[in-house]
Design a protein around this ligand. Structure first.
Ligand code: SF4
Length: 615
């Protein structure tokens, strides 16, 4: 199936005078189901709508916005597969040098806060004549008034800042179809599950959360608003929420029902080209495609409940999965595709080993409001089922032309430990790991793990031992690569030292360490902003300032000589100078010539005196 038109000439070649929708995307146009703009465009096309793509328009002038003429029904706007600020800046707020969602990996082809900028340009070009629908992860996670790390302030709902007519959150195929139909029939856009509108009044029966003005001015109110948003994020029992802004009321309808297995199969069976638009070939293509080109998405949603992850707030806690036939069909089609070398790089999703809702009641009554499925202890109602996934993997690797099928998406190791049936374990270790298995214990300190919503370290330890034993039993030499986050809310220098000592004990030196990044929409970001856990009200320690963040990160990579000076400073600051030296428990050697000396004639300040005394 050809790419959707990106120029007037391509539209005319299809016999279109006007498209129904112009889809403006901050990502380059890649017609692959891992790209949100492709999913939405193909779903609309399947419903008979004409969609033209305007990818990464220049915003210095309006030229690109006139390129496709005017749409019949409206504009659809998304910043791209990830939030534009996350895309552009590191967790230390430094500009990134590349953008894998742009041709050739070139940075700077989309503006900061792309959703708002593109909407403003559309207003400027067309004077508000056409409805604008915003969606994608940036709009989804910024749908309420939210803390914005980059400006260090609370911002309005992006719907208000963008001046758009409708915001779709979540994966949005269902609500996009409804909205398109209503726009086509000239009907109002209010009341669509999985969407937000700005209204003059609160609708009857809606639940009001603290206003934008209240959450801007008070962290306690921010925490209160966040708690309700978090608890009502459920398509079955969630309520319509309202948040007053200065002139309008943001109305957030409950999430849309997740797609059924058949609906999900239908979406993935749409005629994607699975390639980047040919116009990018001269620039070397779009790097992000390489990550997913030979991968298959099997599931959506996650009941893992990690507090630093916004997936639950975007895709929801109810896991949806594609059927075996659909997955095997896609694998067989990949075999025939040009360039396929016999390797499926990943069969997965947000959490690869979740294929079904967490328990029987989740689809009838919704997810529990006040407890998580896996932590702090696994819920007694949790259904552990991995044999279907194992069976699909087995059948897929049996398809002629496929040499290997890897599982590179995250696996919940605590869920694997609950599985009484060892089939999945065995199949995974024997056939589906490409030399190393990456898992995410994220920390070892009980206090930090609790704030992260992760299981205790003992579970990871048991997993590690079982993994090693299984490899030995199967005659394999495969590594386990644990991921850790530094400076998460709740993590003190002492916690970081505890993690460093653990890493020393297991003999692991992380190549990369992820600093905690307060991205929109997560419970951890709300903790970071308010200094408390919004769900419990308990105070949470927030690692302060760049130096402490750097120290926590350096502690995780204490073996790197470049980090030694910082690690020594951190150890002294935390009163653990006993870990500086050559002893078996020590993390770093002492400085040559002993601790730094003060210049003659200068009196030591109290802090420095304490440091020199090793306190
Ligand atoms: S009953 Fe247990 S498994 Fe089911 S949604 Fe609630 S916490 Fe999750």
């Amino acid at each position: 199936m050809p790419f959707l038109p990106t120029t007037r000439e391509e539209m005319l070649a299809r016999g279109w005078q006007k498209p129904d929708f112009i889809l403006v995307s901050g990502d380059a146009y890649v017609d692959h189901p891992s790209f949100g703009h492709a999913l939405i465009a193909r779903v609309l096309e399947a419903d008979g709508f004409k969609v033209a793509i305007l990818a990464q328009p220049r915003v210095a002038d309006l030229g690109d916005f006139y390129r496709l003429g005017e749409p019949k029904l409206g504009f659809l706007v998304a910043a791209g597969n990830i939030d534009s600020m996350v895309n552009h800046y590191t967790s230390m707020k430094r500009p990134r040098s590349s953008d894998v969602y742009s041709p050739g990996g070139k940075a700077g082809l989309r503006p900061d806060r792309a959703t708002i900028v593109y909407c403003n340009k559309i207003h400027e070009a067309f004077g508000g004549r056409y409805p604008i629908v915003i969606g994608g992860i940036e709009a989804s996670l910024r749908r309420f008034a939210h803390y914005d790390y980059w400006s260090n302030k609370v911002r309005h709902s992006v719907l208000s800042d963008a001046g758009a007519d409708l915001l779709l959150y979540g994966m949005a195929e269902r609500q996009m179809r409804q909205a398109a139909r209503r726009l086509s029939d000239g009907l109002p856009l209010e009341g669509i599950a999985g969407s937000c509108v700005l209204a003059d009044e609160m609708p009857e029966g809606a639940l009001e959360i603290p206003s934008f003005m209240a959450v801007r001015d008070s962290k306690a109110e921010y925490a209160r608003a966040f708690k309700t948003q978090y608890e009502e994020q459920d398509p079955i029992r969630g309520r319509t929420l309202c948040q007053r802004h200065e002139k309008k009321v943001l109305v957030a309808y409950p999430p849309a029902m997740p797609l059924s297995r058949q609906e999900l199969d239908e979406v993935y069976a749409l005629p994607f080209e699975r390639r980047a638009h040919p116009s990018y070939a001269v620039m070397g293509g779009v790097p992000a495609l390489k990550e997913v080109e030979w991968s298959i998405t099997a599931t959506r949603g996650c009941f893992g409940g990690c507090n630093f992850c916004a997936l639950g707030f975007h895709q929801g806690r109810i896991v949806q999965s594609r059927s075996e036939e659909s997955l095997l069909g896609e694998a067989a089609a990949l075999v025939k595709q040009k360039g396929f070398k016999g390797y499926i790089h990943d069969l997965g999703g947000p959490t690869a080993n979740f294929r079904y809702p967490a328990c029987k009641k989740q689809l009838e009554l919704g997810s529990c409001k006040h407890r998580q499925c896996l932590v702090p202890e696994p819920c007694p109602n949790l259904i552990v089922q991995e044999h279907e996934f194992a069976s699909i993997l087995r059948k897929m690797r049996g398809i002629a032309g496929i040499k290997k099928v890897f599982v590179r998406s995250g696996l919940r190791f605590d869920y694997m430990m609950l599985d009484k049936d060892e089939t999945f374990w065995r199949e995974l270790v024997e056939h589906h790991i490409s030399g190393q298995l990456k898992v995410a214990p994220e920390h070892v300190s009980p206090g930090v793990l609790r704030r992260m919503g992760k299981p205790g370290c003992a579970v990871y330890e048991a997993f590690r031992q079982k993994y090693e034993a299984m490899n030995e039993r199967l005659g394999k030499e495969q590594f386990l690569v644990p991921y850790f986050i530094s400076a998460h809310p709740g993590s003190t220098l002492k916690d970081a030292i505890e993690l460093a000592l653990y890493l020393k004990r297991i003999g692991h030196q992380p190549e990369q360490v992820q600093d905690f990044y307060p991205t929109p929409g997560t419970l951890s970001t709300a903790m970071w902003h308010t200094g408390k856990n919004p769900l419990t009200g308990e105070p949470v320690y927030i690692p302060g300032g760049e130096e402490e963040k750097l120290m926590q990160r350096a502690l995780l990579q204490f073996q790197n000589p470049l980090n030694h000076a910082l690690v020594r400073r951190a150890l002294r600051k935390a009163g653990r100078a006993d870990l500086i030296g050559y002893g078996p428990r020590c993390l770093v050697p002492p400085e040559k010539g002993g601790p730094p000396k003060l210049r003659e004639g200068k009196r030591a300040q109290p802090k420095q005196r304490r440091a020199r005394q090793g306190r």
